[in-house]
Design a protein around this ligand. Structure first.
Ligand code: RFL
Length: 382
């Protein structure tokens, strides 16, 4: 049997779920197919820092209740190094704007509930195995095995960086492995500092980011290929203590390590991000290193652009849909440029020349209003 819908969406992450909700609000028939179970998508801890544009999209479309009630506003970040610490109140720099810190799994939970409440159809435990962009058809395997086919008027590929739809878009792919790996750690403890803190140290970068009142994210630069299992709780706290210079700035609030995973900092941008009736959004369209916390924000931006274009196409005007790649890609590249700038700032090669350049960059950020404004614009905006 072949199922039909209007917009078929592969993947129930931030990109797919925002798109699905925006389309349902316009009365468009949608079907979301998702490989994982509902429980898995609602517990997968990843992003936390949502930029003002993401908060606007969610609030404007009635998807921001959880974010407004439980999210924390953060507008200050700090840099720590051998010359001490300085803070940037980026909410008062550039055009202004703060992040809302709201764990991605909570956002996904809200978006699933809202979509189902709007009468949306979502099938969990379903893996896309084949994609035909010309007919907007996918072949999929359900939890109990056996293949089925579903077709739409349009197909949205929101199945992330390892999904099936991205392979069906013939595109030029710009790939970069930044040569840096982070141990991404979640600990059951409140945040230790009021601000996001980026620590530069000869042992490597360390970062501190809020997530919720009970859970904090830390990052540690580690040699590429390190096995996360070799990083015991004690070893993690010792490295964080050294790099975050607790002797100068005070102790960290410790708790059990809930999750440790290795993240290779890499980028991949496809151009174009559409082919025939297939349109990619989020990590399926481009991957960005988490150094500037942009991935989920790009996913939400693209979901909004795509939702508008699809609604117009269904009303007879396909021009915005034809321009989808051209609309999104300049913003994707600006985010890539800033995230690469952050990588250079936080992980310079270990030689005297690059260490001195890093100090000059930090001096610029500490002392020069024009540098601070540019940083703030890039940090919260795209
Ligand atoms: P997702 O969230 O990966 O969702 C894709 C969904 O597709 C499903 N799927 C399939 N379904 C059916 N058939 C198949 N063949 C399928 N293959 C995959 C998957 O199960 C999944 O549910 O992609 P989306 O929606 O594009 O969202 C992207 C964001 O998740 C990602 O960019 C961010 O998490 C990146 N990121 C951050 N972004 C921010 O904006 N701010 C942050 O603070 C931030 N912190 C982070 C991050 C990413 C991290 N990691 C894990 C790389 C911190 C970390 C540690």
């Amino acid at each position: 049997m072949v199922d039909h819908t209007t917009v078929l969406i592969a993947g129930a992450g931030p990109a797919g779920l925002v798109l699905a909700n925006l389309l349902r609000a316009e009365g468009v028939d949608t079907l979301v197919v998702e490989r994982a179970t509902r429980e898995q998508v609602q517990t997968r801890a990843r992003a936390g820092y949502l930029a003002p544009n993401s908060a606007r999209v969610l609030a404007e479309h009635g998807l921001g209740a959880g974010l407004l009630h439980k999210g924390q506003t953060h507008g200050v970040c700090a840099f720590r190094g051998e010359d001490g610490e300085f803070e940037l109140d980026y909410s008062r720099l550039g055009r202004g704007g703060a992040h809302t810190v709201y764990p991605q799994q909570d956002l996904v939970t809200d978006l699933v509930a809202e979509y189902l409440g709007r009468g949306g159809d979502i099938r969990f435990g379903v893996t896309v195995t084949g994609v035909d962009p010309r007919t907007a058809t996918i072949r999929y395997r359900g939890e109990r095995g056996g293949e089925d086919v579903v077709t739409g008027r349009f197909l949205a590929g929101c199945d992330g960086g390892h999904g099936a739809t991205r392979k069906a878009v013939p595109a030029r792919r710009y790939r970069q492995d930044h040569g840096v790996s982070w141990l991404a750690v979640l600990v059951e403890a409140p945040q230790s500092m009021a601000a996001v803190t980026y620590a530069v140290h000869d042992d490597g970068f360390a970062g501190h980011m809020a997530r919720s009142p009970e859970v904090t994210r830390y990052y540690l630069q580690v040699p590429p290929g390190d096995d996360p299992r070799d990083w015991t709780d004690d070893r993690i706290w010792a490295a964080l203590g050294t790099r975050l210079r607790i002797d100068d700035f005070g102790r960290l609030k410790q708790g059990p390590v809930l999750e440790r995973r290795l993240v290779r900092l890499r980028s991949e941008v496809a151009d174009p991000i559409q082919h025939d009736r297939l349109f990619l959004a989020g990590d399926a369209a481009s991957l960005i290193s988490p150094s500037a916390a942009k991935g989920a924000n790009l996913a939400i931006m693209e979901a909004e652009v795509l939702a508008r274009a699809l609604v117009q196409a269904l009303r007879g005007d396909e021009r915005p849909l034809a321009a989808y790649s051209r609309t999104c890609l300049p913003r994707v590249w600006r985010a890539q440029e800033f995230s690469r700038w952050m990588i250079d700032l936080l992980h310079p090669p270990a030689d005297d020349f690059h260490r001195a350049l890093r100090r000059a960059r930090l001096d610029g950020l500490r002392e020069c209003r024009a540098h601070q404004n540019a940083f703030a614009e890039n940090y919260v905006g795209i």
